[in-house]
Design a protein around this ligand. Structure first.
Ligand code: PMP
Ligand code: GLN
Length: 382
């Protein structure tokens, strides 16, 4: 059998979580909360099940959830969208990204990714027969390099994938960045896939700069969200894609033969829960406090803190640790840290096609304070 994805093994997130379980390490690797969601959300799922919402919903998703999402896009980002033609409910952001790519990328089309990037983008483009064009974010700051992006655009460019707030760096794009992108793409037919799963985790009083805020971008974009991140339910695997009607029509052609539709009771529960916008307005403060607790602790160690303005990830340089003498790769360091120190982390090299190793690793701070404190105690020994 000839592999469709010869370069691909098991994702680093699965590998590190398995190792953390096996060794009993504190798992700050894979991004997911170690605390539960709001009980009202669980009650709402049970209620939906008891009310008989247990069969297929409509292919694009439960109407009430699409309506709630349309109301949110208007209220938060000023984007008018029609729940019938512009919004589809997906099995998490992961499926939304793959389906968007399969829907618009023809074999040989170029798709630009900004490295480091989330690990599913490149294999998704390859599965569609697209050509991956990698443009680095500015080393160190992880800011977009607009000249480099502009230089990468050719007549074969079908799409550009962006991700702000950014996994793994936690950097966010400013309003000015989005305006520059809008101007750059204006004379082109390049589509935008905007992965906004961390939209409600932007810190220090900044506002999330959704592509939805910029009509020129919104007109060419698949805007991707995930309830898993926003409501602490990563295991539910429910997300949405917002896109103009012609793009949504193509998206749904693939979606209907990919998953057809997404679990019904969760959609009803999410629709009911969205009636109260407080949870997503409170999320930034909730995670900013955890970020600060974790950063304050790390500041007492020999890890070098990198800036982070969003997401629930914190990146650190490892070059000042005593163990750096051994010149371990990021991946070997993460293995060592998990096995010997009892804290799991993710190597940044996993987000680069060429395995670029800058001696930086990522921790997830979506954890109970006691978990973060236990991890910090162990990290302070280094
Ligand atoms: N994009 C990014 C940047 C992510 O970090 C994640 C979650 N790890 C996803 C997409 C996938 O989200 P979901 O769990 O909703 O599929
Ligand atoms: N997005 C999560 C992370 O970056 C992991 C999701 C997954 O395991 N695929 O850690």
């Amino acid at each position: 059998l000839t592999s469709r994805l010869p370069q691909v093994g098991t994702t680093i997130f699965s590998v590190m979580s398995a190792l953390a379980t096996q060794t009993g390490a504190v798992n700050l690797g894979q991004g997911f909360p170690d605390f539960d969601c709001d009980e009202r959300l669980i009650d709402a799922v049970t209620k939906a099940m008891r009310e008989g919402h247990n069969q297929y919903p409509p292919m694009p998703g439960v109407p009430a959830l699409r309506q709630a999402m349309a109301a949110k896009m208007q209220a938060l980002y000023g984007l008018p969208c029609d729940p019938d033609t512009d919004i589809t409910v997906t099995a998490g952001a992961t499926q939304a990204i793959l389906t968007a790519i399969l829907a618009v990328v023809h074999p040989g089309d170029e798709v630009i990714v900004l490295e480091p990037c989330y690990d599913s983008y490149v294999p998704n483009i390859e599965l569609a027969g697209g050509k991956v064009v990698r443009v680095p974010l500015v080393p160190g700051s992880f800011r977009p390099d607009f000249d480099a992006i502009a230089a990468a655009i050719t007549p074969r460019t079908r799409a550009l994938i962006i991700n702000s707030p950014h996994n793994p760096s936690g950097q966010v794009w400013s309003a000015d960045d989005m305006r520059r992108l809008d101007e750059m793409l204006a004379p082109t037919d390049v589509l935008l896939i905007s992965d906004e799963v961390y939209e409600h985790m932007v810190f220090d009083g900044q506002a999330h700069q959704s592509a939805a805020r910029h009509p020129g971008l919104a007109a060419r974009a698949f805007i991707i969200s995930s309830f898993g991140k926003t409501y602490h339910v990563t295991g539910w695997k429910v997300g949405t894609v917002v896109a103009p009607a012609p793009l949504t029509a193509e998206f749904r052609k693939v979606h209907q033969f990919n998953v057809f539709t997404v679990n019904t009771p969760m959609q009803h529960a999410l629709a009911a829960y969205m009636a109260d916008p407080a949870p997503y307005f409170q999320l930034a403060a909730f995670y900013q406090r955890k970020r600060d607790l974790f950063r304050d602790g790390l500041a007492q160690t020999r890890f070098r803190l990198l800036p982070g303005q969003g997401t629930y990830f914190q990146c650190v340089g490892i070059e000042n640790l005593a163990v750096a003498e051994r010149d371990l790769s990021e991946a070997d360091f993460c293995q060592w840290l998990t096995r010997e120190i009892g804290v799991a982390a993710i190597p940044l090299s996993a987000f680069y096609g060429n395995g670029f190793d800058q001696k930086v690793v990522r921790f997830c701070f979506a954890k109970k304070d006691e978990t973060l404190k236990a991890a910090l105690e162990r990290l302070a020994r280094l």
